[in-house]
Design a protein around this ligand. Structure first.
Ligand SMILES: *Cc1c(COP(=O)(O)O)cnc(C)c1O
Length: 416
């Protein structure tokens, strides 16, 4: 089904999508994550049946203006159309529709408003130098959305069908994707429970929709290293919790710690976990540190493991793959392991902390200058005049090279 849509990348996509599909048949049997609650059985028993061939398209009668690309603010402006697919317990997924971007009409008793039956994704469509539109590893976002949905008793769907439908939406609203490097169309697949009831139970109906927002480069004038405040009074995620899922309910409670950090002059907060103060994530990004071993001098790129307290970032996975592909041959060690704020501080004091950076779809990589922790400032290896370390700079280049199709790679699929 994907072949006609992605002729240029069909080989790559087929390779990339086959294992994902078989993984998705039994999503909870994938990568072992010791603390994750495996409570997907109820919703995975619901019918799938999302059928992209049933798509109907109603075009807008009042196309929006494009505006100046350089004036784009993240997530403010949306394209002309949206994709909507309704689901109910009795009939499964109904015929998908692309309709003019519009308000939703929902009863005030709808379960999403009361018990937070909501999950979402974030991915981007890029325009390459030949004018092709490309999606970056969309199979990963589909797999993650299915895991999130299943955890809150919302229905799961066929990943390739939703990729195909997203491709149709992106194609229709193609004119909103600015051509210039660094620009893209941010896509926001969202699923909500729509049952009208105050009873706490599995939603008997749901809505899956996708909206699209043109976005500019995260750092329009080049990298700007950020300063972090380690949050020691609040916890983002915990073993057995849902911090490893993209549920809307996880994000509202993160704003106050972020405001607290901002009030003391920091751009983001750093989430620690437990009495050991393990470093977990930075704001809504995964965190990486490059350190040199005290005894052996071995250089190591380290990030926290997927133990249920970490969001399984697509960018994190891409950074790890690229590090194994390109840095290991240069003598680096690449580790997914726990590390503490204490160890990071020691490395910093001994001049062994080479650099640190956050990763996520929005910024790709975000270099870290310093971390405020226990009343001191832990510097993260950058000279005063530097805004990024070498690894962060190279990673951004490598990833963008694949996102924008400079390098033909199976991670990038062309939307035909
Ligand atoms: C979305 C998200 C990330 C980054 O994931 P990407 O797939 O790389 O965009 C990291 N941490 C949190 C908490 C997130 O919500």
């Amino acid at each position: 089904m994907l072949r006609p849509l992605f002729p240029r990348a069909s080989r790559a996509l087929r390779i990339a999508s086959i294992p994902t599909q078989s993984r998705l048949a039994l999503p909870w049997q994938g990568a072992a994550r010791s603390y994750s609650v495996q409570a997907q059985a109820a919703s995975s028993a619901k019918p799938l049946g999302l059928d992209a061939s049933k798509l109907s398209i109603e075009k807008t009668k009042s196309p929006g203006s494009l505006g100046k690309p350089e004036e784009l603010v993240f997530g403010r402006k949306f394209t002309d159309h949206m994709l909507t697919i309704e689901w109910n317990e009795r009939e499964g997924w109904l015929a998908p529709r692309i309709i003019p971007y519009q308000n939703l009409s929902l009863d005030p008793a709808t379960c999403v408003f009361h018990y937070a039956f909501e999950c979402f994704e974030g991915l981007k469509a890029y325009k390459d130098q030949s004018g092709n539109i490309r999606l970056f590893r969309p199979d990963r976002n589909m797999a993650r959305l299915n895991k999130s949905a299943a955890r809150i008793a919302l229905p799961t769907f066929e990943p390739t069908a939703l990729i195909e439908l997203i491709a149709r939406l992106v194609r229709l609203d193609e004119r909103f994707i600015p051509e210039a490097r660094g620009y893209s169309l941010y896509l926001r697949p969202t699923m909500i429970g729509t049952q009208k009831t105050l009873g706490v139970g599995p939603p008997g109906s749901a809505l899956l929709y996708v909206i699209a927002s043109p976005v500019g480069p995260y750092y329009p004038t080049g990298f700007k290293a950020i300063s972090l405040e380690a949050t020691d009074y609040a916890v983002r995620a915990w073993p057995g919790g849902v911090g490893d899922k993209k549920l809307g309910a996880n994000y509202a409670p993160c704003i106050v710690p972020q405001l607290q950090a901002a009030s003391r002059g920091h751009q983001q907060n750093l989430w620690l976990f437990g009495e050991e103060e393990y470093v977990t994530e930075v704001g809504t990004m995964n965190m990486f540190a490059a350190v040199r071993d005290r005894a052996t001098g071995q250089k190591e790129l380290v990030t926290a493991p997927l133990d249920g307290t970490i969001l399984e970032g697509v960018t994190r996975d891409s950074v790890l793959s690229l590090a194994r592909e390109k840095l290991v041959p240069e003598g680096w060690k690449v580790s997914e392991r726990k590390y503490t704020m204490q160890k990071l501080d020691e490395a910093s004091q001994e001049g062994r902390l080479i650099e640190a950076f956050g990763t996520g779809t929005a910024a790709v990589v975000s270099p870290v200058r310093s971390i405020a922790w226990k009343g001191k400032t832990v510097t993260c290896g950058l000279a005063e005049t530097e805004e990024s370390g070498e690894i962060a700079t190279r990673m951004k280049g490598w990833i963008e090279g694949r996102q924008y199709g400079d390098e033909e790679h199976e991670w990038s699929c062309v939307v035909a």
